[in-house]
Design a protein around this ligand. Structure first.
Ligand SMILES: Cc1cc2nc3c(=O)[nH]c(=O)nc-3n(C[C@H](O)[C@H](O)[C@H](O)COP(=O)(O)O)c2cc1C
Length: 208
């Protein structure tokens, strides 16, 4: 009898512990989302390979239309290379002091059978969802960086041709793969307050 009571108490404790872990975790995710801000100043310290892989895994965990996963990533950690590829613009500091730069790219075409022709020939066709998928991956990357205590900022690539072309050339990105955004990541050297973007007037409940 005593043993059964002990087991019951232990099970109850385990349940309470699991529930509290779950509550903390879901609150943790919301904290990260609500407190993420663009970080443009970094200390210059490197970002570990382990952290970069975690960040990339988060990117690849994003939703993707028809599970196509059109994202491709170029990760640059070499300081000289970062300087020569990304630091040409007016805000070069955010690149030169970053520990790494992730270029989120998308494959713009997909090999598939035409809709409504399950037995038709596989053909290369545009993947109209590539940049939505890659945007979701990019946002996951920003959030994962924040969750790891790092900073990051989305800087524009596609559709700004003048930004896309030189980076694609310098990094040897093949045709059909387009840099959507360029994300410097590093140890933050600034701590800006998150912007309050909550505007109830942008929400239409039930009907516009
Ligand atoms: C599509 C897109 C393009 C952006 N391009 C740049 C950019 O080229 N340079 C930059 O410093 N920030 C860029 N940002 C970051 C925004 O400026 C930033 O997200 C916005 O001001 C809101 O601030 P927050 O990220 O701190 O909430 C971009 C963000 C998005 C989503």
């Amino acid at each position: 009898m005593k043993t059964i009571r002990r087991i019951t108490v232990l099970l109850a404790l385990a349940l309470v512990f699991a529930a509290s872990c779950y509550a903390q975790d879901s609150q943790g995710a919301l904290d990260v989302i609500m407190n993420r801000t663009s970080i443009r100043k970094f200390t210059g310290e490197p970002v570990s390979k382990e952290n970069l892989e975690t960040i990339l895994k988060a990117g690849m965990a994003a939703p993707t239309a028809m599970n196509v996963q059109p994202w491709r990533f170029v990760v640059v950690t070499d300081k000289d290379k970062i300087a020569s590829v990304f630091a040409a613009g007016p805000r070069s500091g955010m690149f030169t002091q970053a520990g790494a730069v992730i270029v989120v790219c998308g494959q713009t075409t997909i090999k598939r059978r035409p809709f409504g022709q399950p037995d038709g020939p596989e053909t290369e066709m545009p993947n109209i969802f590539w940049y939505e998928d890659c945007s979701a991956a990019a946002q996951n990357i920003l959030l994962a960086a924040k969750a790891l205590g790092l900073g990051a900022v989305w800087t524009a690539g596609y559709p700004a041709e003048e930004r896309v072309k030189p980076i694609a050339e310098k990094l040897g990105i093949p045709e059909g793969i387009v840099p959507l955004c360029i994300i410097p990541i590093g140890v933050p050297a600034e701590n800006p307050a998150p912007k309050d973007k909550w505007k109830p007037e942008n929400v239409h409940w039930e009907q516009w």
